[in-house]
Every structure is written in structure tokens, then in C-alpha cells.
Design a protein around this ligand. Structure first.
Ligand code: HEM
Length: 338
């Protein structure tokens, strides 16, 4: 049901500009007011959330570790990037996490098999999620960077090179971008995984399906615009440049196809929704103390900044000095005899 609700919701979102522009001719509202407002909301709430997270105190050393900790015994092999001990090693761990999704690479699937009438649990390496998640994020990123040609005049050479590389297969006119195929395939896989795997379906909410379906609808409308509607990109760029320079063109060029307004409305919904959704992992990954701290609590003293200075520390040695006689009487072991 959660998947169906999300699907209905995305359909409803498509209908809004379809009627708003198609029937009511509100091109200025959908072409300028909606994206501006969405961007403003994104900027304010994204920044506010990052500031809120960054200002939270981190009183304890709580990195998650998945390998051997550093030791001064040279026969113990230190796992530098799964259990970093220095800031440098932690940086490398973070870079590998952000650019290669290293923790997802360890993803496993669990299966229960029956042997002699008894269930046995087995864990298997499951790299598909890692692969498709990586494909999805890189395709999304490349498409977003490629879009900058619509926002910049003149277009820097580097974007032209990126476009040439993305269209390397030279299929069709206009040339088919590899990232267009990759993003659709990857989002479909991520959706199917949520629908088809019973354990994942059980924990999937509307908030999990909705962003995937919304991104799929954005990609589909973009693909439709480029390969089927063959929209008037010159007029669209005029509109976009007007928007970014805060001098919106009026009236909106009549040659712009309605599919552009649908694409833009869906993108506006995504950026408006972004700061309130799980998509905030974009900023959150850098602020996660379980990832961005070195595991150095054996050789660096972490003092809790919330400690009340009026409460004096009471060491175990002092505790034993206070209670040695009753401890011995109760038969408890003590470090120092009476
Ligand atoms: C979440 C961000 C966005 C995504 C994922 C996205 C996705 C896509 C995709 C997959 C295409 C197909 C062709 C291509 O890959 O270039 C496309 C085309 C297009 N998009 Fe977007 N888009 C986004 C944001 C925007 C924004 C903000 C605008 C304008 C303000 C825009 C305007 C266009 C236009 C005009 C085309 C047609 C380009 C052409 O014909 O070559 N898109 N989009």
C-alpha cells in the first residue's frame, strides 16, 4: 500500500502543472514563482538543519568499527580504514565512504535453510545494492552537473567535455546519454528491491518509495523532453537565466512545451521536500560521529563537556579505600589487601 500511495501522490503532482499550465495558462507561476519558493525553502531549512546538527555536542568517542583496533603490539595487524586511529586515517575512511559507499559493500543477505529438519542460518555477500546505489548516485550527480549548461552563459568547456563523454555511444539524434539509461535502470532496481524482497518491503514507508518514484518521474519527464518533445532549449535557457539573475523574463516564451513545466514542478517538489526527508543523508553523512571520529579512546582522554565541575571524580582505587573492610567482610575480591 505504501508504494501505491506514493505512486498516486506522484501522479497527482504531475496533474497540478498539467492543468495549471495546460488549462489555466499559469506559466509565470509554474515557471518562476514555484521554483523560486522551493529553492528558498530548501536553502533556509537545509542550512538550519546542518547548523543544528553541527552544533550538537559529541561528548563521547563513538565511532563504529569493523576491523582490528590499533595496538602497540607489532604482531597485531591494524585495520586502518575500518578502525581508524588517527585523523588522517579517518579522512580516508570518510572519502571512501562518500565516494565508494564502502560500508554498503559489506552488505549481506540472510537465508534460512533446513538441514535434517533443523533451520540453519546462512549469510551471503550481497553486492547488488552497493552496485545499483553507486550507479544511481553517480548518474544523478552527472546529470545535475550537465544541467549547469542551462544555467551558465557562456558554457565552460568542462561541461561540453562531460556531455561528449556521456554521449560517447553516439546513438540517435539527439545523442543518447549513458547516464539517462543508468539512472532509470538503477532507480527501477532500487524500487523493485523494496517491492520484491519481503523483509525490505516490511520496513518500507511512503517516505522510502516517494523519493524514488519522484526521481523516476523527473528522469522520465526529462527524457521525454529531450528525445520525444524536443523542447525549445534556447527559450528554456532564456527563462532559466532570467530566474537565476533575478530578472525573470515576462511573458514566458510561448514555445516552451508543457513537459518542461511538469519537469520543473517535480524538481521543485524534490528540492522543497529535501530538507525534511531522508535525502538529508547528503549533509548528514559528514556529521555522523560514528564515522567522522577516530577510534582513539585507548590513548586519548575524551572528557565529557557536560560533566558537572562540582562533582569530583571518584576512582575505583579511592572507592576501594572507602569500602575495603566491608568488601572483604562480604567476600568480594579487592585489589589491595587491608
Ligand atoms: C533533480 C534534478 C534534476 C534531474 C534528476 C533531472 C533529470 C533530467 C534528465 C534525466 C533529463 C534527460 C536529458 C539529460 O539527461 O540531460 C533532463 C532534461 C532536461 N532537464 Fe532536467 N533534471 C533536473 C533538474 C532540472 C532543472 C532544475 C531544470 C531547469 C530549471 C531542468 C531542465 C531540463 C531541460 C530543459 C531538459 C531537456 C534538455 C535537452 O533537451 O537536452 N532539469 N533532466
Amino acid at each position: 500500500m505504501n508504494a501505491i500511495y506514493s505512486l498516486v501522490f506522484v501522479f497527482a503532482l504531475v496533474l497540478i502543472p498539467l492543468f495549471g499550465v495546460g488549462a489555466a495558462q499559469q506559466t509565470y507561476f509554474f515557471g518562476v514563482c514555484v521554483p523560486w519558493t522551493a529553492f528558498l525553502i530548501f536553502l533556509v531549512f537545509f542550512t538550519a538543519k546542518i547548523i543544528k546538527w553541527a552544533s550538537r555536542p559529541v561528548p563521547f568517542s563513538i565511532p563504529t568499527t569493523a576491523g582490528q583496533q590499533w595496538s602497540n603490539l607489532d604482531f597485531i595487524v591494524h585495520d586502518k580504514y575500518d578502525n581508524p586511529a588517527t585523523t588522517g586515517q579517518t579522512w580516508i575512511r570518510m572519502i571512501l565512504e562518500v565516494f565508494a559507499f564502502r560500508s554498503l559493500f559489506r552488505n549481506t543477505s540472510m537465508r534460512v535453510a533446513m538441514k535434517d529438519g533443523k533451520p540453519i542460518v546462512g549469510y551471503f555477500s550481497a553486492k547488488w545494492l552497493w552496485l545499483f546505489a553507486l550507479m544511481f548516485h553517480y548518474a544523478f550527480f552527472t546529470i545535475a552537473v550537465r544541467h549547469l549548461r542551462l544555467f551558465l552563459n557562456p558554457v565552460p568547456k568542462v561541461f561540453e567535455i562531460l556531455e561528449t563523454l556521456d554521449g560517447l555511444l553516439q546513438i540517435g539524434i539527439p545523442r543518447l546519454y549513458l547516464t539517462d539509461m543508468v539512472i532509470v535502470a538503477a532507480v527501477m532496481f532500487l524500487l523493485l528491491r523494496r517491492v520484491a524482497v519481503p523483509t525490505v518491503r516490511y520496513i518500507s514507508q511512503v517516505a522510502d518509495y516517494f523519493p524514488l518514484l519522484l526521481i523516476l518521474a523527473i528522469a522520465a519527464s526529462g527524457i521525454y523532453m529531450r528525445y520525444y518533445a524536443k523542447v525549445d532549449v534556447v527559450a528554456i535557457k532564456q527563462l532559466i537565466l532570467g530566474m537565476v539573475t533575478l530578472h525573470p523574463v515576462k511573458p514566458i516564451p510561448a514555445t516552451i512545451d508543457i513537459s518542461f513545466f511538469i519537469h520543473l514542478f517535480l524538481v521543485s517538489t524534490l528540492i522543497f521536500y529535501f530538507p525534511f526527508s531522508k535525502l538529508m543523508h547528503l549533509g548528514g553523512v559528514f556529521l555522523s560521529p560514528t564515522r567522522n571520529m577516530p577510534n582513539d579512546s585507548r590513548f586519548v582522554r575524551h572528557v565529557n563537556p557536560w560533566n558537572d565541575p562540582n562533582i569530583k571524580p571518584h576512582s575505583y582505587a579511592a572507592y576501594e579505600d572507602d569500602f575495603r573492610t566491608p568488601m572483604i567482610a562480604a567476600g568480594l575480591p579487592v585489589d589491595k589487601e587491608a
